[in-house]
Design a protein around this ligand. Structure first.
Ligand SMILES: O=C(O)C1=C[C@@H](OP(=O)(O)O)[C@@H](O)[C@H](O)C1
Ligand SMILES: C=C(OP(=O)(O)O)C(=O)O
Length: 465
């Protein structure tokens, strides 16, 4: 049996003597009854990594309050530091780690290698930044990262005048020889495989001499809320940026302001916890739920009732309560593809068949998520059929077995969700949740143990807010 090791990459919120290693496949805990829990979650990956990039490109220092501390955010901070940015951890009120004080470099420097890990936000957001640095920057990442689409990033930067040497596969690894400036102007790209191609260009575009007028031409445009999040983040920092009709965006050249910003909890990472209320017929409250947000995880408020949940908002608390059964759904999830793994797991435990479509692009996420979900659920006795752009799920009684994570944090948490209802599910690599939520095993355990009504997750000192 391969040995898998779990260790928090950067910051241990539990103190020195808490368990930090799981040496075997992780036995997904079976719920003994309806869960009843109040939880507070760490910061959003998408917001943290956007704000880190914008802080590095800004005209003054920024402070990120309560940012995410995870593998993806560490990869981003390491990379920006390698490009000359100063990023210092300072004490803050966040329950899951220090604040980050970011001081932009007077001039971005190249002559470095950037490890993208498996982080889409690093591999798609940083090449445009590296093009603004002087000197070569080599981009590489995990083996799985070398399979993720990068051709649009590479071709768009070439079209903007950057010199990029690759091995002909238009994928990682490649070396970008930045000249320190990008002229910008009009550009047409195909962002069918990932919205991150658009976001990456927009994030750096205010620093292009002529800004950017970006047009998408392609078969589909996934994850549009993530592009809206990018535009909103630019506007918050005083940049003249807007989305126009028909897959068009405009960013005017100009300064990006340094700001102080509170990072919202990661609402997509809330999905498996909220779905646990449905799976167990219990109730889960997430505190710190923002009143308004650009995070696509906010859609859970509308999505989970389709599965039969009751959802109640009370100030900054969102409570999901499950009923006696889980309903089947027929949904287009093209705007929120990253929510697919927990929702597909939920559908596999429903009373009726489901069809979840519009998510062909998630074949290019950390792994081919359509194939991975179908394979793993079917291995436990399920009946999931792959469509070109989605999945058809016919619930069947499931049995225990090994659940492979494919180095995909959301596959690991989907396995945990199924394990609540099925005896003997072993998740092979729960440590992979460190990509965006290193505390997942402990938070899952505290959800099952119950928690204090003030939002203090059991066993997580300081998690209240
Ligand atoms: O910009 C972002 O922060 C993200 C955009 C989306 O990518 P895709 O458009 O590739 O789905 C999303 O799935 C990913 O988790 C995060
Ligand atoms: C697709 C995801 O990640 P990435 O940012 O690496 O694309 C995800 O978190 O679901």
């Amino acid at each position: 049996m391969p040995v898998q090791r779990y260790s928090a990459p950067q910051f241990n919120p539990y103190g020195d003597d808490s368990p930090q290693a799981v040496d075997e496949h992780w036995p997904a805990p079976r719920a003994s009854g309806p869960v009843s829990a109040v939880l507070f979650l760490p910061g959003s990956k998408s917001l943290t990594n956007r704000e880190l990039v914008l802080s590095a490109l800004a005209d003054g220092p920024s402070r990120l309050r309560a940012p995410l501390h995870s593998r993806d955010s560490s990869l981003m901070t390491d990379a920006l530091r390698a490009l000359g940015t100063t990023i210092v951890e300072t004490p803050g009120d966040g329950a899951f780690g220090p604040d980050l004080l970011v001081t932009p470099a007077a001039e971005l420097v190249g002559s470095t290698t950037i490890d993208c890990g498996l982080a889409g936000t690093v591999m798609r957001f940083l090449p445009p930044v590296a093009a603004l640095a002087l000197g070569p920057v080599t981009f590489d990442g995990d083996e799985g990262a070398r399979r993720r689409p990068m051709s649009t990033t590479i071709s768009s930067l070439r079209a903007l005048g950057a010199d990029i040497a690759d091995d002909g596969r238009a994928a990682l690894p490649f070396t970008l020889h930045g000249s320190g400036r990008i002229e910008g102007g009009p550009l047409t790209i195909d962002a069918s495989a990932s919205s991150q191609f658009v976001s990456g260009l927009l994030l750096a575009a205010a620093r292009f001499e002529n800004g950017l007028e970006l047009q998408h031409e392609g078969s589909r445009l996934p994850s549009q809320p993530h592009i809206d999040m990018t535009v909103a983040a630019l506007v918050r920092r005083g940049v003249d940026a807007e989305s126009e009709e028909g897959g068009r965006w405009r960013v005017a050249p100009g300064p990006i302001a340094g700001i102080e910003i509170d990072i919202e909890p990661d609402l997509s990472n809330a999905a498996p916890f909220l779905a646990a209320a449905l799976v167990t017929g219990g109730s889960v409250t997430i505190t710190g739920w923002p009143e308004s947000t650009t995070q696509v995880g906010a859609d859970l408020e509308q999505l989970l009732p389709l599965f039969g949940a009751t959802v109640v908002r009370d100030g900054d608390r969102l409570t999901v309560t499950g009923g006696p059964s889980i309903r089947g759904v027929s949904i287009d999830l093209s705007t929120g593809g990253e929510l697919a793994p927990p929702l597909v797991a939920l559908a596999a435990l429903a009373d009726e068949p489901s069809r979840i479509t519009g998510i062909g692009h998630i074949r290019h996420h950390e792994t081919d998520r359509l194939a991975a979900l179908a394979t793993e659920i079917n291995n436990l006795g399920g009946d999931v059929r792959e469509l070109e752009d989605g999945l058809e799920i016919t619930p069947r009684p499931l049995h225990g077995g090994l659940w492979s994570s494919y180095e995909d944090h959301r596959m690991a948490t989907a396995g945990a969700l199924i394990g609540l209802a099925v005896d003997g599910v072993l998740v092979d690599d729960i440590a992979t949740t460190a990509k965006t939520l290193p505390q997942f095993p402990e938070l899952w355990a505290s959800m099952l143990a119950g928690s204090a009504p003030d939002g203090t997750a059991a066993g997580l000192p300081g998690a209240a807010r």
